[in-house]
Design a protein around this ligand. Structure first.
Ligand SMILES: Cc1cc2nc3c(=O)[nH]c(=O)nc-3n(C[C@H](O)[C@H](O)[C@H](O)COP(=O)(O)OP(=O)(O)OC[C@H]3O[C@@H](n4cnc5c(N)ncnc54)[C@H](O)[C@@H]3O)c2cc1C
Length: 254
């Protein structure tokens, strides 16, 4: 397999005293990133794994490490900082995925409308069917909602930094991936069988949208992040919404 890289970054738990010392900072401080040159003895590229039949030239590879040794100087940053480094890249990376999703959904909507105006079934243009009009309208609403959320996250990152936008990033990551499969699914339906063929980009975009529900973390993990934040807000404000509860009349008599 041709290699475009001279090395890989791996992240793993680093042991020994350093880990014990850093345990006080929680489990997030137990990981380190290490650069491993591709020609390091013991490193083998087993295969480049396609994702929903998408082949990435740069590779989503299965790597085998057999007693690979590298100098301590190959640690990226400080020992125990791996998780932090990964998080710095992940937030902005996720927003980029979402921006591409918005663009791909716009394309799907355009294609859907064009096809609906051109194609006739049962003597009418497909655009004349009420359910197709609903799909088109809902798609526009959903894309615009998602776009506003993406802009909100990007704005917050710019103003307050990546860490402050962590929960918003999780939210938009879920919204965008779900949007892509939903919107492209509608477009494929409007196209009929042609929507499933390589004659349009739709099936490609749908499978990528499906993969997006894993790339950068599965939906469920990001939902947990959002839920934890909501619960934390309520926990930090005990009794804060007491005014909304109406005590039974009997308790109010005195
Ligand atoms: C090409 C590619 C690139 C990727 N890039 C990234 C990346 O850059 N950053 C990144 O973070 N991830 C990335 N991922 C996702 C990551 O590699 C894992 O696939 C993902 O973290 C899920 O882990 P897993 O596949 O081992 O599944 P498992 O951990 O076995 O999870 C399987 C299922 O269990 C459920 N589950 C797991 N954990 C929880 C939980 N905490 N709460 C509720 N349900 C749960 C979910 O339904 C999940 O789908 C990428 C994936 C692919 C395919």
């Amino acid at each position: 397999m041709a290699s475009f890289y001279s090395g890989v970054y791996i992240m793993g738990v680093t042991g020994g005293q350093a880990q014990d010392d850093q345990a006080q900072d929680g489990p997030a401080s137990q990981h380190s990133m290490v650069i491993v040159p591709m020609d390091a003895p013991g490193l083998q590229v087993v295969r480049n794994i396609p994702v929903m039949h998408h082949h990435a030239p740069e590779g989503n590879c299965e790597l085998l490490f057999r007693n690979v040794r590298v100098p301590a100087a190959n640690i990226l940053g400080q020992e125990g900082n791996g998780f932090k480094l990964a998080q710095q890249r992940l937030g902005p990376g996720r927003v980029h995925h979402c921006m591409r999703t918005i663009g791909q959904c716009e394309l799907a909507l355009e294609l859907m409308c064009k096809r609906a105006l051109e194609r006739k079934a049962f003597g009418r243009h497909i655009a004349d069917f009420a359910n197709v009009q609903d799909w088109i309208a809902e798609t526009r609403l959903e894309i615009d909602q998602a776009r506003l959320l993406v802009l909100k996250v990007a704005h917050r990152m710019d103003r307050e930094g990546n860490a402050a936008a962590r929960v918003d990033v999780s939210a938009i990551k879920i919204v965008a991936a779900r949007l892509q499969t939903r919107v492209v699914n509608r477009a494929m339906q409007v196209f009929g069988a042609m929507g499933l063929t390589p004659d349009t980009p739709l099936s490609y975009l749908w499978t990528w949208g499906r993969a997006m529900r894993f790339l950068d973390g599965p939906d469920e993990v990001h939902l947990r992040v959002v839920a934890r934040e909501e619960l934390a807000k309520t926990r930090s404000n005990p009794g804060g919404n007491a005014a909304h509860f109406v005590p039974p009349a009997g308790l109010m008599a005195d």
